[in-house]
Ligand binder design. Structure first.
Ligand SMILES: NC(=O)c1ccc[n+]([C@@H]2O[C@H](COP(=O)([O-])OP(=O)(O)OC[C@H]3O[C@@H](n4cnc5c(N)ncnc54)[C@H](OP(=O)(O)O)[C@@H]3O)[C@@H](O)[C@H]2O)c1
Length: 276
């Protein structure tokens, strides 16, 4: 039987079905081959903590050359001894992103746009909790941020033909899934920012085709980070993983980005597509 095109919208049901079926692709990382990354130059934004730090750690273990782009470093990132560490990269800052051109020494094989932000309180209309300023901040960081960074890399000739760009967006950007995942609405800024990130990524994929650069649009799965701590009570029900596991899932999908798959929106938990 061929595998379905799309992953399942209902996350608790998705995780329960994986457990019932003993789905090794979702429950293990046995399929992950770090040798694919050995010697590759990989740039990661937000590499100082969370999924970005886990990606940095796994890349280092795999023998990749890590180019870490951060607002400020962390002890854990410093301890990895990145090949290059560029600080001051606030992805909302046009000038800071432009400065990447002078600060990254050579083209990269992969650019991972990972940095993101999710305002903590729930936002709703009916209880008066919308926060428009925070909504603009999420859109700026999650949608414009990766565009600024990708633009800077392209113009600095740091993305040569054959390079890959991984956009870490989220299943939260799927409009089609809102009826299942947000049956009573809410969290406007987060979902708008990730839907905008998906649109941006789809357009970047189209534009970059003619430059030989492929683009993956990746939901990293549910990871136990500071960002999702507010959902701690559902971590075990919905299959949240340690970011060390999430990083392997993401890097496996990074390895599958090519000119055939460019522009696809993929769930790194199972490698299947997510509908827009
Ligand atoms: N965790 C999940 O389950 C999950 C699910 C779906 C998608 N994602 C996406 O995965 C990515 C990483 O998430 P995470 O869980 O690792 O989040 P996190 O633990 O909150 O880490 C966020 C990272 O983004 C950086 N960042 C935030 N604002 C920035 C800015 N203006 N400029 C540059 N860097 C900035 C942070 O750096 P500072 O230390 O400087 O703040 C930090 O490195 C995000 O894009 C997120 O939306 C995560």
């Amino acid at each position: 039987m061929s595998s379905p095109r799309y992953t399942q919208a209902d996350q608790p049901a998705r995780f329960a079905a994986a457990k019932t079926a003993g789905n090794a692709r979702m429950l293990t990382t046995d399929y992950y081959d770090p040798s694919l990354l050995a010697g590759k130059r990989v740039a990661v934004t937000g590499a100082n903590r969370g999924i970005g730090l886990a990606l940095a750690t796994e890349l280092t273990a795999a023998g990749a050359k890590l180019v870490a782009l951060v607002r400020q470093s962390s002890a854990a990132l410093d301890a990895l001894g990145p090949s290059e560490l560029v600080t001051g990269v606030d992805v909302t800052d046009d000038a800071a992103c432009s400065s990447i051109a002078a600060l990254v020494s050579a083209p990269v094989d992969v650019l991972v746009n990972n940095a993101g932000y999710f305002y903590e309180p729930v936002e709703r209309i009916d209880d008066g909790s919308l926060n428009f300023k925070e909504e603009m901040k999420m859109i700026d960081i999650c949608a414009l941020g990766p565009l600024r960074v990708t633009n800077a890399f392209f113009h600095a000739k740091l993305l040569q033909p054959g390079a890959r760009v991984a956009m870490i967006t989220s299943q939260g950007g799927s409009i089609g899934w809102r009826t299942v995942q947000n049956p009573t609405g809410g969290d406007y800024g987060h979902h708008m920012s990730k839907a905008a990130a998906n649109m941006m990524s789809a357009l970047v994929a189209q534009e970059m085709r003619q430059h030989g650069v492929s683009v993956g649009i990746l939901h990293p799965g549910f990871n136990k980070t500071e960002m999702t701590k507010k959902y701690e009570e559902i971590w075990e029900v919905e299959g949240a993983v340690d970011p060390a596991v999430g990083a392997k899932r993401v890097l496996h999908e990074v390895g599958r980005i090519d000119m055939e798959s460019t522009g696809k929106f993929i769930n790194c938990e199972d490698g299947l597509e997510i509908p827009w």
